[in-house]
Design a protein around this ligand. Structure first.
Ligand code: PXP
Length: 246
């Protein structure tokens, strides 16, 4: 199975919004990512609109040919927006206003009764539904029972351990991701992964054969400051291909 790269362009909008106005334009970034070999564009429309705005979603849908993976919280407002736009995929994520980023997977086991109707309505309208969860067998089983097509396994704890230089924790988290990917694949779920991935951490995750998509944002946009977005995306893609080959 080939490995797709979804480029998350949220933080182009973060920089734009620091000054207001239109520059830098996340849609232009999406276009460059597409030209550089990305397979999809990911954008998180947060409730507080701190980066991506409603107008960005309108434009991404109208101007970009690559499939859009819309990340969103399970709220009525977001559901209405998703059903109106019908993006290729919706990834349901937990969201707290006080957090800086998505700090952990969606607890689909505890939140079953709240989340299941969102999965159903989105899936019924033809949208591919992904659940952003921890690589945990209980969460994976509930995701399957809910009728999600995809699970995206949260790689944040693995990347944090790598940043801290804690080899034992890196190994432990990687093993959890590996086992989670095997379990989800066995249950017929499509397996994605993401959060916090960098040039240094991408290869062991990319090497897991059951994973068919990585969604990467913050590092690529940061790296683009130094090397340009095209080169950042091309380099990341190259590392993914290398990992898959070996
Ligand atoms: N996948 C999901 C579901 C996310 O919420 C995020 C962050 O918005 C990412 C992937 C990308 O994470 P990062 O920006 O750390 O690469």
């Amino acid at each position: 199975m080939t490995l797709r790269l979804g480029v998350n362009i949220d933080h182009v909008a973060t920089i734009r919004n620091a000054r207001g106005g239109a520059h830098p334009d996340p849609v232009r970034a999406a276009r460059q990512a597409a030209e550089s070999g990305a397979d999809g564009i990911t954008a998180h429309l947060r409730e507080d609109r701190r980066h991506i705005t409603d107008q960005d979603i309108d434009r991404l849908m109208a101007e970009i040919e690559l499939p859009l993976n819309l990340e969103m919280a399970t709220t009525e407002e977001m559901l209405e927006i998703a059903l109106r736009h019908k993006p290729h995929a919706v990834c349901l994520v937990p969201e707290k206003r006080e957090e800086r980023t998505t700090e952990g997977g969606l607890d689909v086991a505890a939140g079953h009764n709240h989340i299941a109707p969102y999965v159903r309505q989105l899936a019924d309208s033809g949208i591919r539904v992904s659940l952003f969860i921890e690589p945990d067998p209980v969460q994976i089983a509930v995701a399957e029972a809910m009728g999600a097509a995809v699970v995206e396994l949260h790689t944040g704890a693995y990347c944090e351990a790598a940043l801290a230089g804690d080899g034992a924790e890196v190994k432990r988290h990687l093993e959890l991701i590996r086992a989670g990917a095997v379990e989800a694949h066995k249950r017929g779920l499509e397996v994605h992964a993401g959060h916090g991935l960098t040039y240094d951490t991408v290869k062991p995750v990319a090497a897991i054969p059951e994973i068919i998509e990585l969604n990467i944002g913050h590092f690529l946009i940061g790296e683009a400051i130094f090397r340009g977005l095209r080169e950042a995306v091309t380099t990341m893609r190259g590392l993914m291909v290398e990992a898959r080959r070996s």
